[in-house]
Design a protein. Structure first.
Length: 324
């Protein structure tokens, strides 16, 4: 799944329309993304994150290749695109925050390494792995069978997508019939678009109305379309939907499913170059932070508790290759 958004534009637009309150100072008491009038229940988006940190665990650290242990740093690639709550800029417009940064930091801490982040475009994350510029990418990368040919994976979160509708819609989505005749937006070129198109085709075959699919590439566009009633729902990544629901307070999640479709649970994973010798270390570190509770605290503070895993899997079944 590739989620590419502009948090700066989103915050500006939502603030202007009264959907979101956020202050541009560095005061942690006011740097909150929250429904208007509910700052005490908001998400801290200021630069002072008081990030949850971990400690070196020898059993996991010993799995790191010697050259990287001697270097002392873990070079982590992250997408430069803003995708709240996964990775985006704080209110100072320079401090990178989000759940992916928090988890990557915990993994590095557990391995006894200093996290060294570099933000690049989505496609350059994989270029960086191919050239050994990065030791890891933790940036909402879904395990796929095609990617497994070049990369190793240690899972750390479920890959889910969600239908988001205006609050109080009284509507639930579980299967294709539930969206027949509805106007639903989606971002083009995504797994969720593929699923929505398939559901629409299934409805037509069953004699039901197709889905009226609208396309939006920016969060701000579909937020406004949803509130104005121009669309019935938006289908997008579950973390982004959960963040918007929590911070804007004017929408709700009415259905959730695997980003891989109905037959397979999609998985998000720490990604490394195949045979780099690091995947077992990542899995061990992730298992440790799950067990010590720090992982759950990170997901909880970003509203992603529903996507938690109980253990890290190395190279599990991934999204199947697209048939040509």
């Amino acid at each position: 799944m590739s989620v590419r958004r502009s948090i700066t534009l989103a915050l500006a637009t939502l603030t202007a329309t009264g959907l979101l309150t956020a202050c541009g100072t560095s005061d942690p008491a006011t740097d909150l993304a929250a429904p208007k009038g509910h700052k005490d229940a908001g998400v801290n988006i200021g630069p002072d994150q008081d990030r949850i940190r971990g400690k070196k665990v020898a059993a996991a650290a010993d799995l790191v290749p010697e050259a990287i242990r001697k270097r002392g740093t873990l070079r982590i690639g992250a997408s430069a695109d803003a995708s709240p709550p996964l990775g985006f800029y704080a209110t100072d417009d320079k401090t990178r925050i989000g759940s992916e940064i928090d988890i990557a930091t915990l993994v590095a801490d557990t391995l006894g390494l200093k996290p060294q982040f570099e933000e690049v475009s989505w496609e350059n994350l994989f270029v960086g792995l191919d050239s050994s510029k990065f030791d890891a990418v933790l940036s909402n990368v879904t395990v796929t069978e095609e990617r497994k040919e070049k990369y190793d994976f240690a899972t750390y979160r479920l890959d889910n997508i969600a239908f988001e509708a205006k609050k109080g819609s009284g509507w639930k989505v579980k299967e294709p019939a539930d969206v027949a005749g509805k106007t639903i937006s989606v971002s083009s070129g995504t797994n969720q678009e593929k699923i929505l198109v398939e559901w629409s085709e299934e409805n037509v075959k069953a004699g039901r109305e197709p889905v009226d699919i609208k396309y939006f590439q920016k969060d701000t566009d579909y937020y406004l379309a949803l509130q104005s009633g121009r669309i019935d729902a938006h289908l997008g990544p579950s973390p982004t939907a959960a963040y918007h629901v929590a911070t804007a307070g004017q929408s709700e999640i009415i259905g959730q499913l695997s980003g891989a479709g109905g037959d397979l649970q999609g998985k998000i994973a720490a990604t490394t170059k195949k045979d780099s010798g690091l995947v077992k270390a990542y899995a061990a570190a992730i298992d440790h932070i799950v067990q010590d509770g720090s992982y759950g605290k990170v997901l909880g503070r970003w509203g992603l508790g529903g996507e938690a895993v109980e253990t890290s899997e190395i190279n599990p079944p991934g999204l199947p290759k697209t048939k040509s």
